[in-house]
Ligand binder design. Sequence first.
Ligand code: FE
Ligand code: FE
Ligand code: FE
Length: 192
Amino acid sequence: MAKEKTLEDLFLDTLKDIYYAEKRILKALPKMAKGAASPKLKKGFEKHLAQTEGQVERLEQVFEIIGQPARGKKCEAIEGILAEGEEIMKSYKGTPALDAGLISAAQAVEHYEITRYGTLRRWAETLGKRNAVTLLERTLREESETDELLSQIAEQANRSAEAGQPAGRAGSGRRGKSTAALSGAEGAANGR
Ligand code: FE
Ligand code: FE
Ligand code: FE
């Protein structure tokens, strides 16, 4: 008979999964920040990059709590989600829909992290690892806040994409291309 596997095994495997994912995200975020058209979105990605560095450290602390070496295990899900993001970046580069697409890709990442950290937190509770619960919860909150922030930025990005205007230029009320065309959006982008 196969060796009995327990919740402790699941916890460790999932911890390795998200550890791998966070390290991949660390590499992806600078590219996303560089790719973003609007300064707001750029800043959002940069802020989350700094947060992600802290999240990797927290995971290392959780490994320590359970007495295991911090080691990642390939997460196919994050590879796929990030590959989709790169695809969007490539095919929407220079278009008004770029930021809306980038945000959708970033939110897919955040939602993956949220499901992982939600599960890990619950399992840590069940296993009685109080300190791990605190650490995982802190990260879970950051991922949720990032998701919220992205939803806020998306409102403007979606309007720009819909109106066919460069990021951060669509009006909040009326839609349509006429205003952008009349004000010479491209020229203005290089102005003061
Ligand atoms: Fe994260
Ligand atoms: Fe995974
Ligand atoms: Fe995140």
